[in-house]
Design a protein around this ligand. Structure first.
Ligand code: IMP
Ligand code: MG
Length: 179
């Protein structure tokens, strides 16, 4: 990766992200106030989003993590979803909210939600920071989302590029200089 051949543009600032997550946290707290809520965070991409989101919620929250196979170093999905780390088999009594950084093709979220539905939960919904609807290949509309974004490769705030940049506190778009 030669980063000097790329153009980096800020898409969402720290303040915009923080304001939107504050709203989402309030909305989700109201939605799940009387329920037993389990947030399932999809590693690695959603670790920052989940950490910020649950701290904007004023209700008791149980948190688990799952790891699914990812894009690796490529910018396009292989279309294959594999669960590398799972949560327990019995989710009875829990309302499950799957948290992820972005829904792109929708394959990951669709697969994970179907997988978790088999564990006998009360409900399964999802919340993603970024929704890229132009890239969808399955019928999935996130139950909650922070921002709808164009069909661009985005990095930062948990999203990686070549295994790096997850720690950048805002979201930016990376494009080739000659594109
Ligand atoms: P999907 O299965 O195609 O919806 O994509 C799922 C995963 O691909 C996301 O959870 C991200 O980890 C990764 N991904 C999708 N689009 C981007 C992007 O623009 N930048 C970085 N990672 C992405
Ligand atoms: Mg991911």
């Amino acid at each position: 990766m030669d980063i000097t051949k790329k153009v980096w543009e800020i898409l969402l600032t720290e303040e915009e992200i923080n304001n939107r997550i504050t709203q989402l946290g309030k909305q989700l707290s109201d939605e799940y106030r009387d329920e037993k809520l389990l947030v399932v965070s999809l590693l690695k991409g959603s670790f920052i989003f989940t950490a910020d989101l649950v701290r904007k919620m004023d209700i008791p929250v149980k948190i688990e993590f799952m790891t699914t196979s990812s894009y690796g170093h490529s910018e396009a999905s292989s279309g294959q979803v594999k669960i590398l780390t799972d949560v327990g088999d019995d989710l009875s009594g829990y309302h499950v909210l799957v948290a992820d950084d972005i829904t792109d093709s929708g394959l990951t979220m669709k697969y994970v939600m179907a997988h978790l539905s088999k564990k006998n939960p009360e409900s399964v919904k999802c919340c993603v920071l970024l929704d890229k609807p132009d890239r969808r290949v399955v019928d999935l509309v996130p139950d909650y989302h922070g921002f709808t974004i164009p069909d661009k490769f985005v990095v930062g705030y948990g999203l990686n590029y070549g295994d790096y940049f997850r720690n950048i506190p805002y979201v930016f778009v990376v494009t080739d200089k000659d594109r």
